[in-house]
Design a protein around this ligand. Structure first.
Ligand code: FAD
Length: 376
């Protein structure tokens, strides 16, 4: 019997864990190396599009995510002051039927934990920060800051927007700061004191917006995320704190619902919104990138993690039944299958007009990564 392929995945974010789970489904031996010493539950929400849910269903996570997440009637888009509806993207059962999977709003920590539950603990090595990578006839050698060194048949760099794997393969290049920042937080909905708010609405202002939605099925937890200009702020960290008074000031005059949500908000994080143009190539011999490592994007379509999750399913299909000699070709096939779609999503997201008026959404939510034709 042929020896199963051994693959090292760098990064246990959404993309790395989804990929580990998908590769194990096709019998590939994977180990995920993550720099963090433990998984933190960050106070953030995440929209799980129908396209991402198709993949998560295939990984056996649908029931768990339905039980833990909010099932919105729509993603509404309203004018910041008057509340006039610009475009109401209906989800719920009709979209579920049309796109073949539900649209869910989750706590980011719940989605990450669900993905982690699909990968056995012994396959995830925490406290392994990659510091070096080299390809040779023997395989790919990985070196870690803790002194560990391993060799794998192939490596997948799922190490996010500041990917070291990308820098090693294609040279370092800085991210571009958009000049905008995001405030974000989750908090118990009881703090709203009974105020009625929409299921999920993006409130469109002149040079800023705020998105507010529930992240729990019983509407017990609420999430908000903003985008507004602040060219001097450059800190890009999931743990950097913001000032809630400044946040409230930035949205004075917005609709009553926004005011109520911000008045009740106890605490907030602040994040510089960065972007990166699409890469010419994602793969080099037996090493490839996926997720934010190769196609990061602004968060305006809520599709960044969804793209990493789709990558996982397509990559597993390309690698199914492949031996070490076939990896480079499989990685090129993966890149060829995914590139046009992720580039289109990156540029659409950058424009920040998604759902601001009547929008064709079928090409985004109707994509099924398990069945889409693979490139030749
Ligand atoms: P990451 O999640 O960044 O994971 C990379 C992992 O690699 C991390 O765990 C990191 O610690 C690890 N790592 C990095 N370097 C090393 C190293 N040298 N060695 C070992 N490990 C390493 N997407 C959606 O689909 N829906 C949304 O609603 C949504 N909302 C968003 C809101 C905001 C404010 C932001 C900023 C993003 C949002 N996104 C959303 C996008 C989404 O968060 C990202 O696209 C997604 O997290 C990318 O996943 P990833 O696995 O590629 O990278």
């Amino acid at each position: 019997m042929a020896t199963p392929l051994s693959i090292a995945i760098v990064g246990a974010g959404m993309g790395g864990l989804a990929t580990a789970a998908a590769l194990r489904r096709v019998g590939i031996d994977v180990t995920v190396y993550e720099q963090a010493t433990q998984f933190a539950r960050i106070g953030a929400g995440i929209q799980i599009g129908c396209n991402a849910m198709q993949v998560l269903r295939g990984l056996g996570l649908e029931a768990r995510l339905r039980a833990q997440s909010f099932y919105p009637r729509s993603w509404n888009n309203r004018d910041w002051r008057t509340g006039e509806v610009k475009f109401d993207m209906i989800f719920g059962e009709s979209a579920e039927q049309k796109f073949g999977a539900p649209y869910l709003l989750a706590h980011r920590g719940d989605l990450h934990a669900a993905l982690a539950s699909a990968v056995p603990d012994e396959c995830v090595k925490l406290n392994h920060k990659l510091i070096g990578l080299e390809e040779s006839g023997e395989g790919v050698q990985l070196a870690f800051a803790n002194g560990a060194a391993v060799t794998a048949d192939a490596v997948i760099g799922a190490d996010g927007i500041h990917s070291l794997v990308r820098d090693i393969l294609f040279g370092a290049s800085p991210v571009s700061f958009t000049g905008r920042i995001a405030y974000r937080t989750t908090y118990p909905a009881t703090l709203l004191g009974g105020a009625k708010i929409d299921d999920c609405t993006k409130w469109w202002g002149e040079d800023r917006h705020i998105v507010i939605y529930y992240v729990k099925p019983d509407r017990s937890e609420i999430y908000l995320v903003t985008s507004q200009p602040e060219p001097e702020f450059r800190i890009e960290s999931w743990s950097a704190k913001g000032d809630v008074v400044e946040l409230r000031k930035a949205f004075v005059g917005f609709h009553r619902q926004v005011e109520q949500v911000l008045a009740a908000c106890p605490d907030v994080h602040k994040w510089a919104i960065v972007d990166r143009h699409s890469l010419e190539r994602w793969t080099d011999r037996n090493v490839t990138l996926l997720g934010d490592a190769c196609h990061p994007m602004t968060p305006y379509m809520a599709q960044g993690a969804a793209m990493a999750i789709e990558d996982a399913a397509v990559l597993s299909r390309c690698l199914d039944g492949v031996d070490r000699d076939g990896v480079a070709k499989a990685f090129r096939r993966f890149e060829a299958t995914r590139k046009a779609r992720t580039e289109r999503i990156q540029s659409t997201s950058r424009a920040n007009t998604w759902l601001s008026g009547k929008t064709d959404t079928d090409w985004v939510y109707g994509y099924n990564a398990w069945t889409v034709p693979l490139a030749a």
